[in-house]
Ligand binder design. Structure first.
Ligand code: GUN
Ligand code: ZN
Length: 435
């Protein structure tokens, strides 16, 4: 592959920002050069320096005046819910039973799963997302479609076949043994193939019997390096029903802890209504609470106390995600706009540096994948997004009065969507233009 030199304004985080003035938390290069070779970032710096040391045959792409950032990471979404988005329901459980479970039944058909997979990756790329952590349906066919398409596009994706053996339609149920066996075969078929990572995926405690939770525990023991993903404490009725199903547990989090699922590779979707005890337990285990703001607002689930969880004496690790199709946008920009508003309603401030940190390095750290994604560091994968803060007439007008980088980032987050994504590079290859 010919080496490529991207020119533009580079922005990449080094650590979590402590305030809006924390310029040490990120690298910003106003006329930057980013050299890409063989899918990896091989040099970064002022354009003139990188150009001077670049190979003679380098192909240059001038993205000025746009921002060049690491591709966005979406920590929680459901691949079989593309046609569930915008379903009119009063709350989580009604939404699951009325729309979501029936729709997921269709993924037993490979043809359907393959068709939706094409659209799924098109949308991720259109929105600047280069890595996502997805739930497939209960059917192995859906996981095959998910990972095969990721491999075709050379994307670094995390995902898993959902395990669920009760409280759902027959067409959506496995058994403890089936869930175990099929998860093992998804791991054998896809983990480490291309850039794929398989996650152990019990849907949530409501749809898994204790026997299935034991099977999950066995898988987690056999494959300690795999991510685990599930849902936790999203909705008050859900919490009540869950605790009735596991009366021996002291709370919802304790259910997962009892089956050995509370660890530093476990991603808990939502985790909105945690008690202090649960937050302590999450913190001690290093588990991740994945905030899904558009979903939490859409389903009326509640206001996630992001800032309060992050500043505890025992802080809870946090990720951010769209939660398609409870979530209502594929865009991580739209997602962080809603996250900002939720903190506003809680009397907290989520500054724009926080937002872009979470979408990139923060999520990469939560996935233990910061050595590969989430920054523009040399040696990491060339998964990159190009952002235009003047993408629409209204944004361009506002840009006339924007003076600082944080102001520009805030404008992009507040008004931006897929129109602000000029290009998305996957392992060094421009993927959006091809759509
Ligand atoms: N809890 C269990 N399954 C789901 C799901 O598909 N979406 C959401 N938002 N919550 C869940
Ligand atoms: Zn979810």
């Amino acid at each position: 592959m010919t080496p490529t030199l991207l020119r533009g304004r580079l922005l990449s985080f080094k650590r979590a920002p402590q305030s809006l003035d924390d310029t040490q938390s990120y690298l910003y290069e106003s006329d930057g050069g980013l050299l890409i070779d063989n899918g990896l970032i091989t040099a970064i710096g002022p354009y003139a320096d990188v150009k001077a040391n670049a190979p003679a045959d380098v192909v240059e792409i001038d993205h000025r005046p746009h921002l060049i950032m690491p591709g966005f990471i979406d920590m929680h979404l459901h691949f079989p819910q593309m046609q569930v988005i915008a379903s009119y329901a009063a709350n989580l459980l009604e939404w699951l039973n009325t729309y979501t479970f029936p729709e997921e039944c269709r993924f037993v058909e490979s043809a359907h799963a393959n068709r939706i997979a094409t659209h799924f990756y098109d949308e991720l790329i259109r929105h600047g997302t280069t890595t996502a952590v997805g739930y497939c349906s209960v059917h192995k066919t859906s996981a095959d479609a998910y990972f095969a398409e990721a491999m075709k596009r050379n994307m670094r994706m995390v995902g898993g076949k959902v395990m669920m053996d009760r409280n759902a339609p027959q067409g959506l149920l496995d058994t403890p043994q089936m869930g175990y066996d099929e998860t093992r075969s998804v791991i054998a078929d896809w983990h480490g193939k291309g850039r794929n990572h398989v996650a152990i995926t019990p849907r949530f405690a409501i749809t898994s019997t204790p026997a299935q939770m034991e099977a999950t525990q066995a898988l987690a023991g056999e494959f300690p390096d795999l991510h685990i993903q599930t849902h936790l404490s999203e909705n008050h009725d859900e919490i009540k029903f869950t605790c009735e199903l596991y009366p021996e547990a002291i709370d919802y989090t304790d259910i997962y802890a009892r089956y050995g699922l509370l660890g530093d590779r476990t991603l808990f979707g939502h985790a909105i209504h945690l008690s202090e005890r649960e937050a302590d337990a999450m913190s001690e285990a290093g588990s991740i609470a994945v905030h899904c703001p558009t979903s939490n607002l859409f389903l009326g689930s509640g206001l996630f106390p992001l800032k309060a969880l992050a500043r505890r004496d025992k802080p809870v690790r946090i990720g951010v995600a769209t939660d398609i199709g409870g979530g209502s946008s594929y865009s991580m920009l739209r997602t962080m706009d809603e996250a900002y508003k939720i903190q506003q309603l809680l009397g907290e401030r989520l500054n724009p540096l926080d937002s872009y940190y979470y979408m990139t390095l923060g999520n990469a750290l939560s996935l233990s994948l910061a050595d590969r994604i989430g920054t523009l560091d040399v040696g990491t994968d060339a998964d990159i997004v190009i952002l235009d803060a003047a993408a629409t007439p209204a944004m361009a007008l506002k840009m006339e009065v924007v003076k600082t980088l944080p102001e520009e980032l805030f404008l992009l987050q507040t008004m931006g969507d897929d129109r602000a994504i000029v290009e998305t590079y996957v392992a060094g290859v421009a993927a959006k233009v091809a759509l």
